[in-house]
Design a protein around this ligand. Structure first.
Ligand code: AMP
Length: 424
């Protein structure tokens, strides 16, 4: 029996028919983030495991059960990155990038790996894109990051999204809030889901955004972070909201939106899209003034966002939207006979060097079969090279988009095709 290989569970192939939209979204993300001053950083897809244990904190769900961890031949523990910010912080510190300026802005785009139970919009390998702004505590930076996230989704074609915003305070105001929350939750612990009962001790804030109906009922009346902000945090949050309003970015206050770990401060936000079911966050972000210190660096404020490309594609499909296809038109060469074929091989090379997209069928088939192939490939024009035409120094062009047929001198063929197909 022949073994049929299939892609591992939770992974997906991006087939040629989907590759163009991937390239467009990747290109759009890079060009837009560049306009906002976020420079690209590329870090390895695996890091030493400790980086994620420190970077993510030891109590997150990711660390507890989701990392792809392995031991190398030297006995060191390595992990496929479950997210890209940790590597970005590591590189920022390792290469002293803070020396380049008081505020350092990075963007990243690449695969991330989590051993989550696969479901719609949740994969074991997914593509994470995002930005980090290190060095600024200014609320205008929070607004800039959010504005970039929204501009990206908008330009990608996803119009109907909801920006949800909250503030979770800082190490000054959060402990008092945490105690009040714990007191409230302790009284109703029996009604919480098993995971949240576990979270009570180490990560009670996360209970606020648990999706289970019983937990939702409990937290509906829980004390809220925004009601317990210290004056500095309240002022910061008010300024973020004012900046967003002045940028024309509408938002919905989401008092139950949280991040559980201590290094997150102030702003938290997520962008949700309709039609995605339970996994509806296309982008999540916020401020984490304690993160760099957690990774062994000096106290440095930070704010950023991360999104998953696969989920954005699902949201675009659900909305029937997306960037417009704009491939370079295809020129198809159809030689008839041995000498024309030789010329076609050379012509294809020459045309491609000038930027034309060219293909041909090497199987030396009939004109009819070659025209059918050109049609199948969606060619704009077929260049018919027959012995007769060649003898007269000509080629016959057949425009498949209804433009009829014409004869062109071989000497001007390339320039003519460039003018007709590359000027769009
Ligand atoms: P997080 O680091 O968990 O805040 O994730 C950031 C973004 O990455 C989310 O908003 C999702 O869009 C995306 N994402 C996270 N986990 C997955 C996954 N397993 N599969 C696909 N996308 C994901």
């Amino acid at each position: 029996m022949v073994l049929r290989y299939t892609a591992p569970k939770g992974t997906r192939d991006v087939l040629p028919s989907e590759a163009e939209i991937w390239q467009q979204l990747e290109g759009l993300f890079h060009s837009l983030a560049e306009l906002y001053g976020y420079r690209e950083i590329r870090t390895p897809i695996f890091e030493r495991t400790e980086l994620f244990l420190r970077g993510l904190g030891e109590v997150t769900d990711i660390v507890q059960k989701e990392m792809f961890t392995f031991t190398d031949r030297g006995g060191r523990s390595l992990t496929l990155r479950p997210e890209l910010p940790a590597g970005t912080v590591r590189a920022f510190l390792e290469h002293n990038l803070a020396e380049e300026g008081p505020v350092c802005k990075f963007r990243y785009f690449g695969p991330a790996f989590r051993q989550e139970r696969p479901q719609a919009g949740r994969y074991q390998q997914f593509t994470q894109y995002g930005v980090e702004c290190f060095g600024s505590r200014d609320p205008a930076s929070d607004a800039e990051v959010i504005d970039l996230a929204m501009a990206f989704l908008e330009r990608a074609g996803l119009a109907a999204v909801e920006l949800r915003l909250n503030s979770i305070g800082c190490p000054i105001c959060r402990p008092a809030y945490r105690s009040r929350l714990l007191a409230y939750l302790t009284a109703r612990v029996g009604e919480l889901c098993p995971l949240c009962r576990e979270r009570m001790e180490k990560n009670p804030l996360r209970i606020l955004d648990c999706k289970s109906p019983s937990c939702r009922a409990v937290v509906a009346a829980a004390p809220l972070t925004v009601e317990h902000l210290c004056p500095a945090c309240a002022e910061h949050f008010a300024a973020v909201k004012d900046y967003l309003t002045s940028l024309g970015r509408s938002f919905i206050l989401a008092p139950h939106l949280v991040r559980g770990l201590d290094y997150y401060t102030n702003t938290v936000f997520e962008v949700v899209a309709p039609g995605l079911g339970a996994q509806d966050a296309v982008i999540g972000g916020g401020r984490y003034d304690g993160l760099i210190e957690t990774c062994g660096g000096p106290p440095t404020p930070g704010v950023g966002f991360a999104g998953g490309l696969e989920r954005l594609l699902l949201a675009l499909a659900a909305a029937g939207a997306g960037p417009r296809e704009k491939r370079v038109p295809l020129v198809f060469l159809a030689p008839l006979g041995a000498a024309p074929k030789e010329l076609a091989v050379r012509l294809a090379h020459e045309m491609r060097t000038t930027g034309l997209r060219v293909d041909l069928d090497y199987r030396s088939r009939s004109l009819k079969a070659q025209l059918r192939e050109a049609d199948r490939q969606g060619a704009r024009v077929v260049v018919i090279l027959g012995e007769d035409e060649l003898a007269r120094g000509k080629a016959a062009l057949k425009w498949l988009d209804g433009g009829g047929q014409e004869e062109i001198d071989l000497s001007v063929l390339v320039a003519y095709l460039r003018e007709k197909t590359c000027s769009e």
